[in-house]
Design a protein around this ligand. Sequence first.
Ligand code: HMG
Ligand code: MG
Length: 310
Amino acid sequence: MALFERLPDRVHVYEVSPRDGLQNESATVPTHGKARMIDALVGAGIQQLEVTSFVSPKWIPQLADAEEVIQLTQPLERRDQGIHFSALCPNMRGLDRAISTGIGTIAVFVSASESHNKKNVNKTVDETLAVFEQVVPAARKQGLRVRGYVSTVWGCPYEGEIPVRQAIAVASRLMELGCYQVSLGDTIGVGTPVQTLQIINAFLQEFEADTIAMHMHDTRGTALSNVLVGLDRGIRTFDASIGGVGGCPYAPGAAGNLATEDLVYTLEGMGVETGIDLGKLWEAGRVAEALVGHRLPGKVHQAGILSLAQ
Ligand code: HMG
Ligand code: MG
């Protein structure tokens, strides 16, 4: 079958910059600035947005203001209009905090590799899944949706390549617990297209395509190529970060996620709708750049979009 023979009309862009992006900035963005960034992203048409984390402020001080961020932005989470906000949640304490804010979705996270998981949450993979055995049903009982992440699917900074069956086993546990979708993470951006084809094909033998998302960090400039492989295979949700801001504090050398503008530019150019206004998205990138106080790496962000019209 030819490449891109069956392109979808529409895909979902899952914006993670206020969480994945800002958790890795050395300077903490003030709470009102975070709210401004979230407002600009929603204004550009982003419908799924990870706004913060209910993790330990000792581990991630940049997101210690999670409750305040949600308090300021909650009116923008119009679930009746398909706009969903999420926040990372590592344990029952995180769930209690999430419930107190009224947010509609939490995201639980675990690595395919033991050493990254231990560095990230100070627990083995099995211990982490045991915590989520409590958290996920409790969250669903309260009416929250739960998303899952599996990190280091394409490779671990401490263990190298990880057998795909290990990632599938972890993802299966998250699905069984009640996650509506599992996002597969290339945490350190090592993936390449043929490897991606093998990983996605292996996952699609076990799961429906719409229960899988891709969360690619762009450390080596391969995130977009890998996403296009996933698109061709039927994946319809892609995580991205405005301007490419971000990384993972417990994965040395990890860079930001695939830049949202690069993803939207490419998809719309292929005739695949995202529901996002690229001009407004580019403006949101300018807001984010001003807040973090340094140049963001996204290509479309840097090229600008005005030049397209000339
Ligand atoms: P710990 O130190 O093993 O456990 O941390 P603890 O229970 O002793 O907690 C330490 C302190 O934090 C205690 O405070 C707790 O009360 C408090 P103290 O008694 O010392 O004053 N605490 C909390 N405070 C607020 N909210 C909570 C909470 N839980 C405990 N929910 C823990 C274990 C899991 C808490 C910690 O390791 C942690 O927070 N880790 C999060 C690390 C993180 O956020 N990493 C980045 C996100 S993952 C990622 O980026 C990958 C992803 O993007 C996908 C990909 O790219 O592949 C998702
Ligand atoms: Mg990430």
